[in-house]
Design a protein around this ligand. Structure first.
Ligand SMILES: [Zn+2]
Length: 172
């Protein structure tokens, strides 16, 4: 009779992820992982047991915290100059405070890439500017965020905002 190691080697050679063997808990014909030669059902039960221990619970919490911080922040925001009556809709994956200070830093130093915003800032100063969050989409892929940004730009135009960044749909 072939050992699990032999069966696993054969299955691996055949490009399979699982092989069938006898598990002392789950009987003959149980699927086993090629990578670990462990019964699939045993592994699932073991994971479940581990996850219910304090150590397992802590690990699960750590992983989900890590996932959500990797997913990061997603905002669609509105930057407005009241005096000039112009608006700019943007999307960002940065913390909003960081994106805000980037905009204002570029405006203050005259290096902002949007000429209308720059002219408005130079004419009316920072007091005329506001930046507000329109929506948050935590954990959404960047492509989705761009689509949402475009939706908000379309809606903004319909609602009569004078957007100075129409057709610019790029997350920064
Ligand atoms: Zn088993």
């Amino acid at each position: 009779m072939k050992t699990k190691t032999q069966l696993a080697a054969e299955a691996r050679a055949a490009g399979q992820k699982l092989f069938t063997a006898t598990c002392r808990h789950h009987g003959p014909g149980s699927p086993h992982y090629v990578s670990t030669t462990v019964c699939q059902q045993c592994a699932a039960e073991q994971t479940k047991r581990y996850n219910s221990t304090p150590k397992g619970k802590a690990a699960t919490a750590r992983n989900s915290a890590k996932r959500s911080s990797r997913a990061g922040e997603r905002y669609v925001y509105l930057l407005k100059c009241k005096a000039a009556g112009i608006a700019y809709i943007g999307a960002t994956t940065m913390a909003l405070s960081k994106r805000r200070s980037e905009h204002f830093c570029d405006l203050r130093h005259g290096t902002h890439s949007n000429p209308e915003l720059l002219a408005a800032y130079q004419a009316h100063g920072p007091k005329s500017f506001t930046l507000e969050v329109l929506a948050q989409f935590p954990g959404q892929p960047v492509e989705k965020l761009r689509q949402y940004e475009q939706c908000y730009m379309d809606a903004g135009e319909i609602l009569g905002l004078r957007l100075v960044n129409v057709r610019r749909a790029k997350a920064a």
